[in-house]
Design a protein around this ligand. Structure first.
Ligand SMILES: Cc1cc2nc3c(=O)[nH]c(=O)nc-3n(C[C@H](O)[C@H](O)[C@H](O)COP(=O)(O)OP(=O)(O)OC[C@H]3O[C@@H](n4cnc5c(N)ncnc54)[C@H](O)[C@@H]3O)c2cc1C
Length: 223
């Protein structure tokens, strides 16, 4: 079933990422980490559904999406840059395999941070986020989504990796097997949560398995 929801507010997070607060349908429920299919409720756009994750908390009065746009692709996210308050989106039922199972190591790339944002907000509210660690990879500092919030929530337990820029206090390069080995040795996580581009996710999951993390301890979106 599709729900038609009005855009209540649009704010910019990074140079290419926007936060959309939208109406929450009556009785609509989701679990932090879940996503839904979204389209713009306009002629010619309704059928173009794309998956996006809820970045609000389940008991917030409205829903929030945090969406990285790709102007160069001429796709749905490019059209979303023009969304205004009172425009409508169509959203479906919530779905998704990512949910919090226990303390661990979160590994994200770019917009792959989105399923974790709602989880972190929930844990932060409950006072249980500090048992977790986050490795977050982006091309440049300006691409980091929710940077200030993550720094405040995680303190010393967040590690930003930049692949295309050198910035003091940020790690330079990819999150590779060596980086993962270091964190597995020191943090000894019960679970590893992975979300990034399909290529990044595949590489990280393969490295984690090589390093001895059992499959059932690796939480990722099902393809
Ligand atoms: C479960 C799930 C949850 C997600 N949640 C979020 C979220 O909360 N926030 C978020 O920002 N993203 C999220 N994503 C990713 C998001 O769904 C995509 O970014 C979005 O579908 C892109 O839609 P688009 O129409 O703009 O571009 P696309 O449909 O990717 O592409 C439009 C056009 O560009 C071309 N194209 C595709 N990829 C490339 C490329 N790499 N380079 C050049 N051209 C290309 C295509 O061939 C196509 O013609 C999620 C994905 C999944 C699977």
């Amino acid at each position: 079933m599709d729900y038609s929801v009005k855009v209540l507010a649009v704010t910019q997070d990074t140079h290419e990422t926007y936060k959309f607060a939208v109406e929450k349908p009556e009785g609509y429920e989701f679990t932090p980490g879940q996503a839904t299919c979204v389209s713009i409720n306009k002629p010619g756009a309704r059928e173009e559904k794309r998956p996006f994750t809820f970045t609000s908390l389940p008991d917030d009065p409205c829903l929030q999406f945090t969406i990285k746009t790709y102007p160069e692709r001429d796709g749905v996210t490019d059209e979303m840059r023009d969304l205004q308050v009172d425009d409508e989106l169509l959203i479906g039922e919530p779905w998704g395999a990512i949910n919090y199972k226990g303390p661990g190591l979160f590994i994200a790339g770019g917009a792959g941070i989105t399923p974790f944002l709602s989880i972190f907000r929930q844990l932060h509210r409950e006072g249980s986020l500090t048992a977790n660690h986050l490795l977050y990879s982006n091309s440049q500092q300006r691409d980091i989504i929710a940077a200030a919030e993550l720094k405040t929530q995680f303190g010393p337990n967040v590690h930003f990796y930049l692949t295309d820029e050198t910035v003091p206090t940020y790690q330079q390069g990819h999150i590779d097997e060596g980086v993962l080995r270091g964190f597995l040795d020191t943090v000894k996580p019960e679970y590893c949560y992975v979300c990034g581009t399909p290529g990044m996710t595949e590489e990280i999951v393969s490295d984690l398995k090589k390093l001895g993390v059992p499959e059932e301890a690796i939480i990722q979106e099902e393809s």
